[in-house]
Design a protein around this ligand. Structure first.
Ligand code: C2E
Ligand code: MG
Ligand code: MG
Ligand code: MG
Length: 281
């Protein structure tokens, strides 16, 4: 195949691009089929309170299991395609239902878990019925609103600010908690952030990774200071080392999540993992 210059405006589609489009449509079709056939899974990754060192929450993370023990595609590939196709609206409702079931299961084992975090995408806000949908799911699943923490990225918050803010206000009045995911990687201004009805900032793992070998960590420090001044909680994602955990705890970061503590796991494994923490005494 001849290399075509991207600056040549007569070239709209290269053969590679066409293949890629077909590939994306194939993935979306396979995802839809597998979702409707009940083949998707939700795994859970523990979140720990840095003050107590004990589990206090967990994040629901979609998985697309394939044949054997592998995965068809990772979420970094299939979630954007599910968003692009609109399929994330149905899948996202199902994830919320699964979170309700997981909530019942963790409540039964006295784990100290007070909330389950669920990621929510732009298309789920677009029809303006997200708060209503969530209220319905919480009711049907008998999950208390305070046990649900929605994770939205800055790009979700900036997509249709009025619609998103209205939905978030309604949800927070119900008692649902809201966190800004991947915080620090978006383009929102402090003014825009201030207008958002939120409870916590989830520090992006790229900033957490800077806390290494005694250097870096200044972004994390700035974010924690900002959160503390504005009355928000902070959760650090991607914590992989004891050094990072210690640094975050010393700063007064509220919670941490990462491979240092635990990887995402199926619900039954997470329940076993939680049993390894002796009861508070
Ligand atoms: P996210 O919400 O920022 O989730 C955190 C990601 O970081 C997860 O990737 C998790 O497995 C990974 N992670 C956790 N701890 C560590 C660590 O210590 N080191 C490293 N390197 N990675 C760590 P995962 O599960 O592959 O999910 C990727 C993204 O897919 C999520 O990022 C989220 O944006 C999206 N996603 C996953 N499940 C859902 C869902 O149910 N709905 C929506 N809308 N998006 C989802
Ligand atoms: Mg939390
Ligand atoms: Mg998240
Ligand atoms: Mg994140």
């Amino acid at each position: 195949r001849a290399k075509q210059s991207v600056t040549d405006s007569s070239v709209r589609f290269t053969p590679e691009m066409e293949d890629n489009t077909r590939w994306r449509l194939d993935v979306i079709r396979a995802l839809r089929n597998d979702f409707r056939a009940g083949k998707l899974a939700v795994w859970y990754q523990p979140q720990l309170s840095l003050a107590t060192g004990r589990p206090c929450g967990m994040e629901a993370l979609l998985r697309w299991p394939g044949e054997g023990s592998g995965f068809v595609q990772p979420p970094s590939v299939f979630v954007p395609l599910a968003e692009y196709s609109g399929l994330i609206v149905e899948i996202g409702e199902w994830v919320l239902q699964q979170a309700g079931e997981a909530w019942r299961a963790v409540s039964a084992v006295e784990s100290g878990i007070t909330h389950i975090a669920v990621n929510v995408s732009i298309p789920q806000f677009r029809n303006g019925k997200l708060a209503e949908t969530i209220a319905g799911i919480l009711g049907a699943q008998r999950m208390p609103p305070y046990a649900l923490e929605l994770e939205i990225t800055e790009s979700v918050a900036m997509d249709e600010p009025r619609r998103v803010i209205t939905a978030l206000k309604t949800l927070r009045e119900m008692g649902v908690r809201v966190a800004i995911d991947d915080f620090g990687t978006g383009y929102s201004s402090l003014g825009q952030l201030q207008a958002l009805p939120i409870d916590s900032l989830k520090i992006d793992r790229s900033f957490v990774a800077d806390i290494a070998n005694g250097r870096g960590g200044s972004f994390v420090e700035t974010i924690v200071a900002l959160a503390q001044k504005t009355g928000l909680e902070t959760i650090a994602e991607g914590v992989e080392t004891a050094e990072q955990a210690g640094f975050l705890r010393a700063l007064g970061c509220t919670e941490a999540q990462g491979f240092y503590y635990a990887k995402p796991m199926p619900l039954d494994e997470v329940l076993n993992w939680l049993q390894t923490f002796p009861p508070r005494g």
